[in-house]
Design a protein around this ligand. Structure first.
Ligand SMILES: Cc1cc2nc3c(=O)[nH]c(=O)nc-3n(C[C@H](O)[C@H](O)[C@H](O)COP(=O)(O)O)c2cc1C
Length: 210
C-alpha cells in the first residue's frame, strides 16, 4: 500500500493551472480508469451514489468550450467578448473537461425513506459531489496533468444536456478542465507560492498527547 505521505504530497501538488495544452502525459484509457476509481470509491451520504460524471475528451472537450462561447456571446458586452473568448480558448487548449452532476432521484428516495434527515440530503449530495471533484483534480495532477475548476453552469446546462444525452433533471455542479502543463506554467505557480491566511485562525486542536 502507498504511504500516507504519497497522498499528502498529491494533495499538496494539486493547484489551479490555467496555462494548459492538449498533450497529457497519460492515455485516455488511464483517464477513464481514474474516473472509474472515482465513481467506485468516493463516499456519499447513506451510500446514495448521487454524483454523475461525464468525461469529454479531445474534440468533445473542444465542442464544450465552443458551446460556452456560443451561449456567452449574446450575454457579454460586445467590446468585452474578445477577452472572454481568449479566456475560454485557454480552457479549450486543454485535453479534456469533466462535468460533475447530481442526480436528484437518489436524494428524493432517501428523503422519503428517512424523513428525519430530509432537509440534509441535498447538501450532503453537494458535499459528496465536491469530494468527487477533489478526487479527480488531485488524481489527475498526481499523474502529471494540469487542471483548473470552472463553473459555467447553469448557462451551459441546456446545450450540454442536449448534445451529450444527459438527463434533464441532473444538476450540473462544476467542470474540471485538464491538459498538459504549458511551458513554465508549473514553475510560475510554484514560484508564486500560495497565499495562506494564518493557520492559527483556521485550525483548532484539543486534547493532543505527545
Ligand atoms: C468550490 C470551488 C470553486 C472554485 N471555482 C472556481 C472557478 O469558478 N473558476 C476558477 O478559475 N477557479 C475556481 N476555483 C479555484 C480556486 O480559485 C483555487 O482553488 C484557489 O484560489 C486556491 O488555489 P490552488 O487551487 O492553486 O490551490 C474554485 C475552487 C473551489 C474549491
Amino acid at each position: 500500500m502507498a504511504s500516507s505521505m504519497d497522498f499528502l504530497k498529491a494533495c499538496e501538488n494539486r493547484r489551479t493551472i490555467y496555462q494548459i495544452t492538449n498533450k497529457i502525459p497519460i492515455s485516455d484509457a488511464r483517464v477513464e480508469e481514474i474516473a472509474r476509481h472515482n465513481v467506485l470509491h468516493v463516499p456519499s451520504s447513506f451510500n446514495s451514489q448521487s454524483t454523475r460524471i461525464v468525461v469529454l475528451l479531445n474534440d468533445e472537450h473542444k465542442q464544450f468550450w465552443e458551446f460556452v462561447k456560443e451561449v456567452l456571446k449574446p450575454q457579454v458586452p460586445e467590446e468585452q467578448f474578445p477577452q472572454t473568448e481568449k479566456k475560454l480558448d485557454g480552457f479549450k487548449a486543454g485535453h479534456g473537461t469533466i462535468l460533475f452532476l447530481n442526480d436528484p432521484n437518489p436524494v428524493k428516495k432517501l428523503q422519503s425513506q428517512f424523513a428525519l434527515y430530509a432537509q440534509h440530503f441535498p447538501g450532503w449530495a453537494t458535499q459528496s459531489n465536491a469530494m468527487a471533484q477533489y478526487h479527480l483534480w488531485t488524481a489527475l495532477e498526481a499523474e502529471g496533468c494540469a487542471c483548473n475548476l470552472q463553473h459555467y453552469n447553469p448557462i451551459i446546462d441546456q446545450k450540454a444536456k442536449g448534445h451529450w444525452n444527459i438527463p434533464q433533471e441532473w444538476e450540473l455542479q462544476a467542470q474540471l478542465v485538464f491538459g498538459g502543463y504549458a511551458e513554465g506554467a508549473r514553475e510560475a505557480v510554484d514560484k508564486g507560492g500560495k497565499q495562506q491566511q494564518p493557520i492559527e485562525e483556521r485550525l483548532f486542536i484539543h486534547g493532543a498527547k505527545n
